[in-house]
Design a binder for this molecule. Structure first.
Ligand SMILES: [Zn+2]
Length: 211
């Protein structure tokens, strides 16, 4: 079967014509030094045994959170001319808020109306994860996922809804613990056709209530 097979990181670079934020180079030892400085500035006793390894652990953690895993995003011809919505619901994700360097986490609902090609369902989760490993804001993450699918899959429509709890909000008294921020990016017929949009939103809303 003819497939389009490519690595997401290569394509992303080509599509954007530049190396984007997902391809940053992390200076691990500089992060360690900075984490030590931060601890000192916070009044911590960095010589205490319990904190001895903390700068390294912090650097390891940020490196992991900010390093996207490339993968092969395989698409297939839509041989059966499937023309109903494909929806993957409640895909868990976590990312790092660029304003506070604190995590936000939640679920993604992704749907598309196929055109000439379809994509493996598990890959939808990998796309979210790929763009999550970055200093992010939720709105940007939402539009990046939708934009990538629109560009690479050329479907008739794309819908992406993210629901997330931001620790920078819920831990700082601005909002109640568990409060969710919801963002969406709708493209093509999922945006323009009322019936399709309604169907997509009904599928994603139902998930929310089921949880
Ligand atoms: Zn924040």
């Amino acid at each position: 079967m003819p497939v389009n097979d490519y690595r997401l990181d290569e394509l992303d670079v080509v599509a954007n014509g530049r190396v984007n934020g997902n391809h940053r180079r992390i200076d691990h030892s500089a992060v360690e030094r900075a984490a030590g400085d931060l601890l000192r500035a916070l009044g911590a006793d960095v010589d205490a045994e319990a904190l001895e390894e903390t700068p390294r652990r912090v650097a390891d953690a940020y490196a992991e959170l900010l390093t996207p895993q490339s993968f092969r995003a395989t698409t297939f011809p839509n041989d059966d001319s499937y023309d109903e919505l494909v929806v993957a619901r409640s895909i868990p994700f976590h990312s790092l808020c660029m304003h506070h360097l604190l995590p936000f986490h939640g679920v993604a609902h992704i749907g598309y109306l196929p055109g000439e090609r379809i994509i493996g369902l598990s890959k939808l989760g990998r796309v979210v994860e790929y763009f999550s490993r970055d200093l992010q804001i939720q709105e940007r993450l939402t539009t990046q996922v939708a934009g990538w699918l629109q560009r690479e899959l050329e479907p008739k429509g794309v819908g992406v809804v993210l629901e997330a709890e931001h620790l920078c909000m819920s831990l700082r008294g601005v909002q109640k613990l568990g409060a969710k921020t919801v963002t969406s990016a709708l493209r093509g017929v999922i945006r323009d056709d009322a019936r399709t949009r309604q169907e997509f939103l009904a599928l994603t809303t139902r998930t929310t209530h089921d949880q």
